[in-house]
Write a protein that binds this ligand. Structure first.
Ligand SMILES: *[C@@H]1O[C@H](CO)[C@@H](O)[C@H](O)[C@H]1NC(C)=O
Ligand SMILES: *[C@@H]1O[C@H](CO)[C@@H](O)[C@H](O)[C@H]1NC(C)=O
Ligand SMILES: *[C@@H]1O[C@H](CO)[C@@H](O)[C@H](O)[C@H]1NC(C)=O
Ligand SMILES: *[C@@H]1O[C@H](CO)[C@@H](O)[C@H](O)[C@H]1NC(C)=O
Ligand SMILES: *[C@@H]1O[C@H](CO)[C@@H](O)[C@H](O)[C@H]1NC(C)=O
Ligand SMILES: [Cu+2]
Length: 400
């Protein structure tokens, strides 16, 4: 444990006292120094100003080890939004809307504010952070293998802040099960879980009078009976696609994205190590990031299609919770699916603000097991795409 921690410290000292050209490959480490040297970002020509508020960059930095530091108690269950109903739906809606109202009401320069949630994602995603000691090598958590671990941690701290605002450590961010295009309710009536189609935009995020609403979306999420389109990224035109057309394509995309791949990088994305320039090639994203994730961003459209603004829409947090769920599903599917074993990935460190506005350091290697964070997901119908036969573009009847 200690020696790994030293890696990032050593790296920083080495870099400061010698020429960085000699540095061997090493993980990306965000330190207090990185945060303090935050600069204007540049995302494909958009100049961003999204550095953390200066008053909160003095430290301390406190290690966060999910298994040790999560709220005690039983695992919370993140549920599929399309199956919430009755009393559970009404009490959950009230809490959710209240939580975002409170977060949106925090001052802009409070790192826990809704404004700063977007800013943090923007800083990490638009080259505002420079690799310590390199002068001009910037950092990104998209288009590379940090995508899944970073977004899991980001959501986790977002959820802790919502819990703290509600003064309810059991509050749970649910998920948009956009990947389930198959209504399996009848066949699974007596089973525990959610088997309803999940590909329509969640209603909890569609009410203009509520804090989870965001007007800056394309027409698609506002169009009745229009399923999310997981292959929209791969077309130059973006016509509306109705159920019969989108469903087989979505299943095919999911089936393909969740394959073991030839190496873990096919799922996780290109390597990105200390000393390398930030990659802005979208092909660097792994199979989960590249198609389903990028397509959902584009399908919702408006500010969600812009990396530097996407978390301004509360829907961001619930479609990303489904993506990090899918990482867990992928790990458990086996069949050669294995996370990278390179220390350049495992020893990477990121900083986030917790519910007390304290900087917390989490390592990639501590983020690999979802349950360590204290939650799990409701069982849903992944068989929707799992048994898809891509040679015929038709679904195979799932065996239940
Ligand atoms: C970054 O810094 C290196 C080394 O100082 C220099 O050679 C390179 O031109 C710089 N690149 C940019 C884009 O400024
Ligand atoms: C994009 O679509 C083309 C034509 O439909 C297909 O050949 C190609 O494999 C697709 N690429 C991806 C990444 O889905
Ligand atoms: C992005 O990467 C892909 C795959 O390696 C490559 O074919 C493509 O030319 C790259 N695009 C740019 C703009 O560099
Ligand atoms: C949507 O948000 C983006 C990013 O903030 C902004 O550039 C754009 O003007 C907004 N569009 C509308 C219609 O408000
Ligand atoms: C079907 O999936 C397999 C395994 O991922 C892949 O090798 C093959 O190219 C896919 N076929 C089509 C038509 O996409
Ligand atoms: Cu992101």
């Amino acid at each position: 444990m200690k020696s790994k921690r030293l890696l990032c410290l050593f790296l920083f000292m080495f870099v400061v006292y010698s020429t960085w050209g000699y540095v061997e490959a090493a993980p990306i480490c965000i330190t207090l120094n990185t945060i303090q040297k935050c600069q204007a970002g540049n995302f494909f020509g958009e100049i961003t100003q999204c550095c953390p508020p200066a008053a909160y960059t003095k430290g301390p930095v406190v290690d966060f080890i999910p298994k040790r530091d999560r709220h005690p108690g039983p695992l919370r269950v993140r549920k599929a939004l399309q199956c919430l109903s009755g009393d559970e739906l009404s009490s959950y809606s009230e809490k959710l809307w209240k939580a975002y109202e409170l977060m949106q009401a925090l001052p802009q320069d409070d790192p826990r504010s809704f404004y700063q949630q977007n800013a943090m994602h923007c800083a990490y995603g638009s080259g505002a952070f420079v690799q310590d000691g390199t002068g001009n090598l910037t950092i990104d958590i998209h288009f590379n293998w940090y995508f899944s671990p970073w977004h899991r941690m980001f959501l986790y701290f977002h959820e802790r802040i919502l819990q703290s605002l509600l003064d309810d450590p059991t509050f749970t961010l649910h998920f948009w099960n956009f990947d389930n295009s198959f209504d399996a309710e009848k066949a699974n009536r007596n089973k525990e879980g959610c088997f309803r189609v999940g590909h329509f935009f969640p209603e909890l995020y569609s009410d203009p009078s509520k804090s989870t609403f965001h007007a800056n979306r394309s027409v698609r999420p506002f169009t009745a009976n229009l399923p999310a389109d997981l292959s929209i990224l791969n077309r130059s035109e973006t016509p509306l696609r109705f159920v019969s057309e989108a469903v087989p394509r979505n299943k095919e995309v999911m089936h393909r994205s969740m394959q073991p791949g030839k190496s873990p990088l096919d799922f996780h994305g290109w390597e990105f190590k200390y000393g390398q320039p930030q990659n802005l090639n979208i092909s660097g994203g792994g199979s989960l990031e590249f198609l389903p994730h990028n397509s959902i961003h584009r399908w919702i459209g408006g500010s969600t299609s812009l990396t530097t603004h996407a978390p301004e829409d509360p829907i961001f947090y619930v479609f990303h919770s489904n993506l990090e769920r899918l990482w867990d599903v992928w790990q458990r599917l086996g069949g050669g699916r294995k996370d990278p074993s390179s220390p350049d990935w495992l020893d990477a460190e990121f900083l986030f603000y917790d519910e007390n506005a304290v900087l917390r350091r989490v390592k990639v290697k501590d983020s690999l097991v979802m349950k360590d964070f204290g939650y799990t997901y409701e069982r849903v119908f992944d068989e929707s795409w799992l048994f898809f036969d891509n040679s015929t573009l038709t679904p195979v009847k799932p065996s239940n």
